[in-house]
Design a protein around this ligand. Structure first.
Ligand SMILES: Cc1ncc(COP(=O)(O)O)c(C=O)c1O
Length: 339
């Protein structure tokens, strides 16, 4: 039977989320995110991140959250620094650039930004005729499946604070980062170190949705107007609220991400046993093994995955992604394939 490891958003939503949506289906709620479920979900998140005064907004998707955060917090001539593999570069159809802001692309280390790269971007864009770098965009986990250590994030936070840069963390896969066995960051550390971040629901068991958390005081003003003006404020905002309530009322968010990580670890071990090398070290729900063309052809009949990057004429980096819904049977089938 064919099974796809192409991404973590192939299935609908975890049954506990659907159950809550169903339970409240006929309840009448206030519109535009002003409902009791959104409030409850925000309280759970504020409690978790230990920031009672955080502003939280539920947004429908990752690109929308990136676009809103970046375009709202920058003045017209300001730019955002990102590693060249960052999702906002080349994966969002110019969504950020379409708002008039340059993305300054820098080289990353395993998909991660470094203070040195930030300093270089500042040095190279310091004239009145360049754009003014004002924001740093990072993602955790990164687009290459890697994660930031507490020391790394602290160092980035430090340079951002010294240089007056807004630090924005894209957490489309924050669940996978936080539950990785290699992680040493608490979500409350992240809230201490960045100015704004989002917690991804779409790739962690929700039907859709991201929780954008604004921590720095001056970024909070009028954000609901900015959401509305971009057409991103859903009349049925409670559908997002209920989903995040389900994710955070009893740690479902962490349970689902742990499941995805555990499944990825099993798959990584299958690849290791088969002598397959990795492009980046496996540590989250995204794996980047290097496959030969011949293996790709043989496997594609039974398994879905994404061809990420050609290494040479014979080898390609591919992406395998696990999710809250990845089954034991699919992993067993993969194991049998290599036996
Ligand atoms: C790190 C990251 N940010 C943002 C997005 C965009 O999310 P969406 O497809 O919901 O717009 C993705 C999508 O895969 C992603 O991997």
């Amino acid at each position: 039977m064919y099974y796809s490891f192409a991404n973590d958003y192939s299935e609908g939503a975890h049954p506990r989320i659907l159950e809550l949506l169903n339970r409240f289906n006929l309840e009448q709620n206030d519109g535009y995110g002003l409902d009791i479920h959104s409030e409850k979900a925000k309280d759970y998140i504020r409690n978790l991140i230990k920031k009672e005064d955080a502003d939280i907004h539920f947004i429908s998707g990752g690109t929308q959250a990136n676009l809103l955060a970046i375009s709202s917090f920058l003045r017209p001539y300001q730019s955002v620094i990102s590693v060249d593999t960052g999702h906002i570069i080349g994966h969002e159809a110019g969504a950020i650039e379409a708002t008039g802001h340059q993305i300054i692309s820098t080289e990353g280390v395993d998909g991660k930004l470094t203070p040195d790269a930030i300093q270089k971007a500042l040095d190279e864009n310091s004239q009145e005729y360049t754009t003014q770098p004002k924001m740093v965009y990072i993602s955790n986990t990164t687009e290459l499946g890697s994660l930031y250590t507490k020391d790394e994030l602290t160092a980035i936070s430090k340079i951002c604070r010294e240089k007056g840069l807004i630090l924005f963390l894209d957490g489309a896969r924050l669940g996978s980062a936080l539950t990785s066995k290699f992680n040493d960051l608490e979500i409350s550390d992240i809230a201490d170190l960045v100015d704004v971040f989002y917690i991804g629901g779409t790739k962690n068991g929700a039907l859709f949705g991201e929780a954008l958390v604004i921590l720095r005081e001056e970024l909070k003003e009028d954000f609901r107007y900015l959401i509305k003006q971009r057409g991103a404020m859903l009349a049925k905002g409670f559908v997002l609220g209920v989903q995040f309530e389900a994710l955070f009322k009893d740690d479902l968010f962490f349970e689902l991400a742990s499941h995805a990580n555990n499944m990825a670890e099993k798959i990584a071990n299958i690849f290791v046993d088969a002598g397959i090398k990795f492009y980046t070290e496996p540590c989250s729900n995204q794996l980047f093994p290097i496959f030969s063309n011949e293996l790709i052809e043989r496997m594609s009949k039974d398994f879905g995955f994404i061809e990420q990057k050609k290494i040479d004429d014979e080898n390609i980096v591919v992406r395998f992604v696990t999710s809250w819904a990845t089954t034991d049977e699919s992993v067993d089938a993969l194991r049998r394939f290599f036996e």
